[in-house]
Design a protein around this ligand. Structure first.
Ligand code: F6R
Length: 365
């Protein structure tokens, strides 16, 4: 049932504030503002490192997770798409743990990567939506994302719920390893707790602007997304979402890679979507934006209030989100990315919920 929405994808985008609170309620205690025992189902204190593998959007959630585990828990992370991971013959040690991220819990390559890790004696954790899935069944610890059924082939709410769970786990790992203090834990959990309310506000506030901008995007043949830090996987997610439902060619790049190739593509016909909250990467990303502007590129700047106040560059459009803590920024910045892809596809008249050639669950390699 789509409710008042035209597509399941739209419904699932607007469901995010609600399902994110379900996801978080599994991992944090909102009364004491502490992380709950569920974040300790893997003994993060004693592991030497973490291997993460997944496909598509779930892989990009894992890539954001890598930044978090390394920063907040000082835990080294090895991550790869499952189709490579399973065949790389990567040396692994039983002192490592492994995390597999999958909405369906049935993705063939992810399952094969899981079995590879299991054969190497690693403890296995599964971040899944479907708890009765094969990946969940074969894992030592299950971390449900509680997103509810996701019908739209393009993943939206599963992605942000995966992020919410990974953020909680990374903080849980930090707590276990003593790299975040009890005060920091409380503060971070408070930020996580604020997320559903901020998401609702943002979804309502940006909707009209997203529709207007999507009309422009629907006229384009190519779109480039740029970001740094956790905004880099978001740039790739934005490009993936746009290409899979609107069939417009899009690429996501690390902002710092611009001058190593993609800058050759910059002209007035290819919009560049720059994702840059006012974080410690901001100035660097803005200087990459400058390089785009100097070559006549049209910029769609997705930033926050502080970022908007600190950049004087001319843009085609600036999407201004509220200032939020770094730990929740990836989830909040996912919203304009999803809505841009969604409305662009609607303008193009594609089958948004069932894009051509794609299946919701990829059970063959
Ligand atoms: C993109 C998308 C896919 C899936 C990928 C993994 O919007 O939905 O890239 O993320 O096929 O699927 P799961 O998470 O079921 O393993």
């Amino acid at each position: 049932d789509k409710g008042n929405h035209r597509h399941f994808m739209e419904k699932e985008i607007y469901e995010q504030p609600e399902v994110i609170s379900h996801a978080l309620s599994q991992y944090v205690d909102f009364v004491s503002n502490t992380l709950s025992a569920n974040t300790a189902a893997i003994d993060f204190k004693s592991v030497s490192g973490l291997a993460i593998s997944a496909c598509g959007t779930a892989y990009l959630a894992g890539l954001v997770g890598k930044y978090w585990f390394e920063r907040y828990a000082r835990l080294p992370v090895e991550i790869d798409v499952a189709s490579e991971f399973r065949y790389r013959e990567m040396p692994l040690s039983p002192t490592q743990a492994a995390l597999f991220i999958s909405q369906s819990g049935e993705t063939a390559d992810t399952l094969a990567s899981l079995r590879y890790c299991k054969d190497n004696g690693l403890k296995i954790g599964a971040v899944v939506n479907v708890r009765e899935s094969t990946i969940a069944r074969e894992s030592d610890a299950i971390f449900p994302i509680m997103a509810g059924p996701e019908i739209g082939v393009a993943s939206t709410k599963a992605f942000t719920c995966q992020l919410a769970v990974l953020a909680s786990l990374a903080l849980g790992a930090g707590k276990a390893r003593g790299t975040i203090s009890p005060d920091q834990e409380k503060e971070m959990v408070r930020h996580l707790a604020e997320m559903p309310r901020i998401m609702s506000r943002v979804l309502n506030a940006i909707q009209p602007q997203m529709e207007t901008l999507s009309r422009e995007l629907s006229k384009c043949k190519d779109v480039l997304y740029l970001g740094r830090g956790t905004s880099y996987p978001l740039a790739m997610e934005g490009a993936l979402k746009l290409k899979e439902i609107s069939y417009i060619h899009a690429e996501g790049y690390a902002a710092g890679e611009l001058k190593h190739g993609p800058i050759a593509l910059i002209d007035e016909n290819m919009p560049v979507i720059v994702i840059a909250p006012y974080d410690r990467f901001f100035e660097k990303t803005v200087s990459n934006m400058q390089e785009v502007a100097a070559r006549g590129g049209r910029i769609i700047f997705i930033t926050d209030e502080a970022g908007a106040a600190h950049s004087k560059l001319p843009t085609m459009a600036t999407i201004v989100l509220p200032n939020v803590d770094e730990i929740i920024a990836p989830m909040i910045f996912s919203l304009p990315i999803q809505l841009l892809a969604y409305h662009t596809a609607v303008f193009m008249g594609t089958d948004v919920d069932q894009p051509r050639n794609l299946a919701k669950s990829v059970t063959v390699e």
